[in-house]
Design a binder for this molecule. Structure first.
Ligand code: ZN
Length: 136
């Protein structure tokens, strides 16, 4: 079976925003018991990654992205109306989505694995879709 669920997230600043509980809530409310869940960001300047929530590490990951694609660099893209070249480049590091396992009606990820939106162009309202595929 297949189910699609959507939700919106308001991002106030660039960086990582934990959406794990929102995803878990949608999976619990669905009829898919065993299968996979694609968590997908419908944007080119906000991606999805899976990692730990430890405060220092979150800061490390944000610094890592900032170092690889700094905001104040002279990107070709910034010659147009958009001044968000850094956000597009950060997005290619995470990709737009992650596919996660679902077992017994809940997310079957590891203890420390959380799901984050990686915002590069805040403030924005982001549309996240979940595609759930599996058995009832
Ligand atoms: Zn752009």
């Amino acid at each position: 079976m297949f189910e699609r669920h959507n939700f919106k997230v308001r991002t106030e600043k660039n960086g990582l925003l934990n959406i794990t509980e929102k995803v878990k809530e949608k999976i619990r409310a669905s009829d898919v018991r065993n299968g996979i869940c694609l968590v997908f960001s419908k944007h080119t300047t906000a991606g999805i990654l899976v990692n730990e929530t430890e405060k220092g590490l979150v800061e490390d990951m944000e610094n890592f992205l900032e170092n690889l694609a700094p905001e104040d660099k002279n990107y070709m893209h910034n010659r147009g109306p958009d001044k968000n070249g850094h956000a597009h480049l950060r997005n290619i590091l995470t990709g737009p989505g992650q596919t996660l396992p679902v077992e017994k009606g809940s997310l079957a990820t590891g203890t420390w694995q959380n799901i984050f939106i990686v915002e590069g162009d805040a403030p924005r309202t982001r549309n996240i879709s979940l595609h759930l595929v599996g058995e009832k």
